[in-house]
Design a protein around this ligand. Structure first.
Ligand code: GDP
Ligand code: ZN
Length: 292
């Protein structure tokens, strides 16, 4: 039985990529009866029929499932960030990284528009987020095509979604990766369609000719810390995790506690100040919500 990934759907017709070919499929009746949602990213078993169409016989277990955009089996989030146009928003980046990790998705930071800034600024960013924090970082220019060769191998065999502020170059990146798709504009999928006013966009996974599937709707746009307790927040900061074993108290929140290994590392320049500031900001946010 051939296996494939659902790349888009339209009124109960699912387009499944089977061996690089798009097959138009209708799910079997039981999916409708069970109200099993088949969504983009689902890994499905397809029965090919004589007329060239297919039937989805089975949806394989999902590894994870995002609600916005509605995509299953997401491997990776390309977190697009810029130092200029728009200017760097570090708390936003740190917030996205936490949500990506919480969703069980691997982040890959793409520092875009490096054609607009000094090499020194690029190097400083890489030192902070790659060397000190520990995330993979690739400096690119989607407009100039710089750094894309290094990016392609990271996309092969994976389902990726994009994240990042409006204007950072997400659409430009898709167009640079897939020149045949000059029509692509990364657009939000609305959470609820309001009758007659907004129609819910369908998310599409774009098959890249160099390999991999990339969602045309951004993820991680809703960024409230809902399920993170104040004692867990620190675990979403890899560089804090590395240093907190040195704290005198195991429940240290790394604020004013004595003998705090994290503040010592901050003072020694081993933890970036902006990251520590994000940590304090998010901690205060979580605490203020719990005061009821
Ligand atoms: P999106 O909102 O994240 O999808 O951003 P867009 O892809 O629409 O890009 C916003 C603007 O930034 C457009 O005018 C792009 O041409 C421009 N842009 C995108 N990537 C780059 C880049 O690498 N360098 C420069 N200088 N401009 C870029
Ligand atoms: Zn501490």
């Amino acid at each position: 039985m051939p296996l494939g990934y659902v790349i888009r759907s339209h009124s109960n017709i699912y387009y499944v990529l089977v061996d690089g070919q798009e097959v138009e499929c209708r799910p079997r009746g039981k999916f409708r009866l069970d109200q099993t949602q088949v969504r983009a990213g689902d890994h499905v078993e397809v029965r090919l029929e004589a007329d060239g169409e297919g039937r989805i016989d089975k949806v394989l277990p999902r590894r994870n499932c995002l609600e916005r955009p509605p995509v299953a089996n997401v491997d990776q989030c390309l977190v697009v960030f810029t130092l200029a146009e728009p200017e760097a928003d570090y708390p936003f980046l740190d917030r996205v990284l936490i949500h990506v990790e919480q969703a069980g998705v691997a982040p890959l930071i793409l520092l875009n528009k490096i054609d607009l800034v000094e090499q020194e600024a690029v190097d400083a960013f890489v030192r902070t987020y790659r060397d000190q924090v520990g995330y993979p970082v690739l400096p690119i220019s989607a407009r100039e095509g710089w750094g894309l060769d290094a990016l392609l191998p990271h996309l092969v065999g994976k389902i990726s979604v994009l994240a990042g502020h409006s204007g950072v170059g997400k659409s430009q990146l898709i167009r640079a990766l897939e020149p045949r798709r000059q029509d692509v504009r990364v657009g939000e999928v609305s959470a609820k369609s309001r009758k007659g006013r907004h129609t819910t966009r369908h998310v599409e996974l774009i098959p890249l000719s160099s390999g991999g599937l990339l969602a045309d709707a951004p993820g991680f746009t809703y960024l409230e810390f809902q399920d993170i307790e104040k004692w867990n927040l620190r675990d979403y900061f890899p560089e804090i995790v590395r240093h907190q074993a040195a704290c005198r108290y195991s429940d240290c929140l790394h604020r004013a506690e004595p003998d705090c290994g994290v503040r010592a590392a901050l003072q020694a320049g081993e933890i970036p100040e902006s990251r520590y500031e994000s940590y304090l900001l998010f901690l205060a946010e979580i605490e203020s919500k719990k005061r009821w």
